[in-house]
Design a protein around this ligand. Structure first.
Ligand SMILES: [Zn+2]
Length: 254
């Protein structure tokens, strides 16, 4: 009962039991992820999270509409690196809010964002979308992995803030798309344990400024597909929990 929205007809969506249907929007970015991971790393991770969460929600008897991934995002930290597409934050807010409002108007109870791009500008843009949708009476759920509640469920490297194109992200891409990983380079990359969270607090605004001249942080050489599978399972649980919480609070209000 996981449906790709783009593959359905409008009548098929109309005929879904709206009260038991939710939507999932994978949100990533096209940005530099070290010399070893593809520019679309966050899209790959977001889609893995969305799929894992959707399977869990479907197992509870819900219908899940899978939206196409949002690949364009503000990416100021990586903007200096070739291939990175840095788009206006306002555009992200408007597109995400517009999509959620459309689904809400068609009776879909909740839209959930499976986000894998943690640049503060993007996180802020998604929070703004949530606020805008709530204002108009819809429900947009955003389990923000940079918040302690969710982050503490992920790996030590993720929690340390040294988690861009390192062990955490490298592991998930190894699990999902090993063909896109430069495995000739990855095992030899030196660790870069500088925390992006600390760098952001200090006021740094670029990966280079934060001490990541090659656009990676953390421990890429330690990535494994096994850890990637484990992380995807946790990401799926987080998405499931956030959606179920929203559905429960929704029904207790009405
Ligand atoms: Zn990433």
């Amino acid at each position: 009962m996981v449906h790709a929205l783009t593959a359905l007809t409008w009548t098929a969506v109309r005929d879904l039991p709206a009260g038991r249907t939710v939507a999932v929007l994978p949100a990533g970015a096209i940005e530099a992820h070290g010399p070893h991971l593809p520019l679309g790393t966050d899209v790959i991770i977001a889609e893995a999270m969305a799929r894992a969460g959707a399977e869990r929600l479907a197992a509870r008897g819900l219908h899940v509409l899978m939206l196409p991934p949002l690949a364009l995002a503000p990416a100021p930290f990586a903007a200096e690196f070739a291939g990175t597409l840095h788009t206006p934050a306002e555009a992200t807010t408007m597109i995400v809010a517009g999509a959620a409002r459309s689904l809400s108007a068609h009776g879909i109870r909740v839209t959930a964002i499976a986000n894998a791009h943690h640049d503060p500008a993007h996180v802020q843009a998604l929070r703004a979308a949530v606020a805008a949708v709530e204002e108009s009476g819809g429900a947009l759920v955003f389990p923000d992995l940079t918040r302690r509640r969710w982050a503490e469920r992920l790996s030590a490297e993720f929690r340390s803030g040294a988690s861009h194109a390192g062990r955490y992200e490298g592991s998930i891409v190894l699990a999902e798309r090993p063909d896109l990983v430069r495995r000739d380079l990855m095992p030899a990359l030196p660790a870069n344990p500088r925390s992006l969270v600390d760098a952001i607090r200090r006021g740094d605004t670029t990966f280079t400024g934060a001490g990541g001249a090659e656009a990676y942080f953390g421990f890429p050489a330690e990535a494994t597909a096994e850890e990637g599978q484990e992380m995807i399972a946790v990401l799926g649980q987080i998405l499931e929990e956030a959606v179920i919480e929203c559905l429960n609070s929704d029904s207790s209000r009405s």
